[in-house]
Design a protein around this ligand. Structure first.
Ligand code: DAH
Length: 339
């Protein structure tokens, strides 16, 4: 029995020394000390030992067990210390290295201007809606009272996907889409990207942004349009700002107008900024044409409305006194950070 225990102990010691990871140590523990382990088997065999021998054998088993346990524990501690040591070595932080700079971006002038416009109109009870950038010719032109042979189509000579589908040339088609939904009254603005085959220069780009406005209700008159845009101009360019409505033509509004505001640089006296006139053109507008209302399922005998369209870049360029539109599309953070 004594020899047997010696052999078990030797074997356990050998296996412990061969273990290189804690998991292997655990396996050894189970193999020798576990419920079905070799030492436990010896204890179970005690019944075959002569009664007077039992205390001695029992003591021997306990000693062997204690010895194996101690070695297991020692080895485990050493192993863990070595592992920790290795990890600390790998995780050394070189505090002398230069820090990584966190690059924080900046809101685009278009975004800042749009948020300002949205704030103003939301304050007047408008909802902000969106429409598709890839649009049916039907919505971009036909439903806005611009039939196939209308000269206004030439002005917006543009990018066709096929005969029926076009990259929208204006945000005005959203008017038709909203009116068709049939929920009245309507009080919305709709910002978004538009496309025209324009050459790139200081004031043109093949892709730019507009903000459309539409109000449809009973008893909406031209004075509502004037009052609304006056408030808008004063909020956007300052309380001194005056507005001027010049008669104009748009196929989808009747009557139509272009709106000028007094130059916020010279207050209307005339300067380089306003090219000496004292006025700056900012948008197109008018009373929604009865044909347009009808085509979109609204009875023009009961309802009237007004609409307007503003160029977002134009607002941003004016408000932040940027003299070249191309700067808006370069996304140079040094430029963006100035606003
Ligand atoms: N869609 C016109 C354009 O792109 C701008 C415009 C004019 C919009 C008059 C309107 C409006 O809603 O009533 O030039």
């Amino acid at each position: 029995m004594k020899e047997k225990l010696e052999r078990i102990k030797e074997e356990a010691v050998r296996q412990i020394q061969e273990s290189d990871v804690p998991e292997k140590l655990n396996e050894v523990r189970v193999r020798f000390l576990g419920k079905k382990g070799e030492l436990t088997a010896v204890l179970k065999g005690m019944k075959d030992v002569a009664p007077e021998e039992r205390p001695k054998v029992g003591q021997l088993v306990n000693e062997t067990r204690a010895a194996i346990e101690e070695l297991l524990e020692d080895t485990r501690k050493k192993m863990e210390a070595a592992i920790r040591e290795e990890r600390l070595k790998q995780e050394v932080i070189d505090v002398t290295l230069p820090a990584k700079k966190n690059m924080v971006g900046h809101s685009h002038p278009n975004t800042i201007a749009l948020e300002e416009v949205e704030r103003i109109f939301i304050g007047m009870g408008y909802e902000v809606v969106e429409g598709p950038e890839i649009e049916y010719d039907l919505y971009n032109f036909e439903k806005l009272n611009i039939p196939a042979d209308h000269p206004a189509k030439d002005e917006q000579d543009t990018f066709y996907i096929n005969k029926e589908i076009v990259l929208r040339t204006q945000t005005s088609p959203v008017q038709a889409r909203i009116m068709e939904q049939g929920k009245l009254p309507i009080r919305v603005i709709s910002p978004g990207r538009v496309f025209r085959s324009d050459e790139v220069d200081a004031t043109h780009s093949p892709s730019f942004h507009q903000i459309e406005g539409l109000v449809v209700d009973k008893n909406i008159s031209f004075s509502d349009l004037k009052g609304t845009l006056e408030v808008f101009a004063k909020e956007l360019f300052g309380p001194e700002t005056k507005t001027k409505f010049r008669p104009h033509h748009f196929p989808f509004t009747e009557p139509s107008a272009e709106v000028d505001v007094t130059c916020f640089k010279c207050g209307g006296k005339g300067c380089r900024f306003c090219k000496g006139s004292g006025w700056i053109e900012i948008l197109g507008c008018g009373m929604v044409h009865p044909h347009v209302l009808e085509m979109c399922g609204i009875d023009p005998e009961v309802y009237t409305g007004f609409a307007f369209g503003v160029g977002l870049e134009r607002i941003a360029l004016l408000k932040y006194e940027i003299d070249d539109m191309r700067l808006l599309y370069e996304n140079d953070i040094r430029f963006l950070k100035q606003f």
